[in-house]
Design a binder for this molecule. Structure first.
Ligand SMILES: [Zn+2]
Length: 375
């Protein structure tokens, strides 16, 4: 509620990014997310690293050890500000918001840039500034689980469901079947999250500059033919993860190419721009220099080249926005800060399963969200 009010006030005064939002609405209790935050009282990670102590709840054992946060607290480089407990994907998690002093991690190739072209067939085509191209296959976790989900859903629909008119309650057998179905969904979400973290962590740890496209993910999700695959690939999440990993962990830069930059239609060899390039044309052929290249490879190379246009030097200096096509180089303004707020440490415990609620995007000033899984 509080957060909703803040977002609304910012929207009204024009400070908030994104579409205009309405006044906060009241939520029905059954629709509310199971989440709450402690800002006062005893909030700590116990000395064994296996327990956390929270107000009212007392000491709870965590499924995963919270040793990283504990070590930081003991070394005096972290101070816990608040704790948020939430129920998600059938587990209980606790996240700590902490003020953390951390050293920046060096990247392997600070002078190199990489352009990332996201797609559905291959999740990512990455071209670096030396011209080397790597592809990452789309793991397609959701598609892999569809048969399983179909079976689980069929079982659910054959059980006695709820009926609001007659007041019929769902049967125990239905709830059990629904729990089984939710478990499949949760597993897909966990697999996806893991894969995206691994991809973005390795990219952020290697390059001094990362160039991504400003994809209109919300718009693409409105296309019903594309929605399932786009959502499964997690384009928006890749961008979000890369943004904070480059900005906060390595203080490298992420360049976001304008939504209207013709990365696919431009020739990576000579710079000529084709007028039309329908989506089904998978190979790029340049009329000017007769270059023949895979469509996605071409786009990734163009994005990598964009970095060179936007960045002069090593990417450590803060000269931003030199190229007109680059809309928003990120992270350069924050990198000298020694102290940063950061949400650390997550924890979960197996419990009942509910349908995953839609993830809300939270904007918190000065807060960096970094999820370490604890239990
Ligand atoms: Zn050409």
């Amino acid at each position: 509620m509080r957060r909703g009010q803040v977002a609304y006030a910012k929207s009204k005064s024009g400070k908030r990014k994104g579409a205009r939002i309405g006044a906060p609405r009241f939520k029905a209790q059954r629709k509310a997310r199971l989440a709450f935050r402690f800002t006062t009282g005893t909030i700590r990670v116990d000395a064994d690293g296996r327990h956390v102590t929270l107000p009212r709840l007392g000491t709870l054992r965590t499924h995963e050890p919270a040793v990283k946060l504990l070590a930081r607290v003991q070394a005096g480089t972290a101070r816990i500000l608040s704790a948020t407990v939430r129920h998600e994907r059938g587990r209980w998690f606790v996240s700590f918001q902490a003020e953390v002093k951390r050293d920046l991690e060096r990247v392997a190739r600070p002078d190199a840039a990489v352009g990332i072209d996201l797609g559905v067939k291959t999740l990512a085509v990455m071209a670096d500034s030396t011209g080397e191209i790597r592809t990452v296959a789309n793991p397609g976790h959701y598609d892999a689980a569809r048969a399983q989900l179909r079976r689980a859903s069929r079982i659910v629909s054959r059980r006695q469901g709820p009926d609001r008119r007659t007041g019929q309650k769902p049967s125990k057998r239905r709830e059990k079947a629904n729990t089984a179905r939710n478990r499949v969904h949760h597993r897909v979400a966990n697999l996806r999250e893991d894969a995206l973290h691994k991809l973005t962590t390795s990219v952020a740890a290697e390059y001094g500059t990362v160039v991504v496209e400003d994809l209109n993910v919300a718009g693409m999700l409105r296309n019903r033919r594309m929605a399932r695959r786009i959502a499964d690939a997690g384009f928006g999440e890749i961008r979000r993860l890369l943004d904070y990993k480059t900005g906060q962990r390595h203080a490298t830069r992420m360049v976001v190419a304008s939504r209207w930059y013709p990365s696919s239609k431009t020739c990576s060899g000579c710079g000529a721009v084709e007028a039309e390039l329908p989506l089904h044309v998978r190979t790029y052929q340049c009329d000017a220099c007769h270059l023949v290249i895979d469509r996605d490879d071409n786009a990734a190379l163009n994005l990598a080249a964009l970095a060179a246009a936007a960045v002069t030097g090593t990417g450590v200096a803060g000269d931003q926005g030199t190229a007109p096509v680059v809309s928003k180089p990120r992270g350069a303004d924050r990198k000298t800060r020694a102290t940063r707020l950061r949400r650390m440490a997550e924890a979960g415990r197996a419990g009942g399963a509910t349908l995953p609620h839609q993830r809300q995007t939270e904007t918190r000033d000065g807060t960096q969200a970094e999820a370490l899984t604890l239990w």
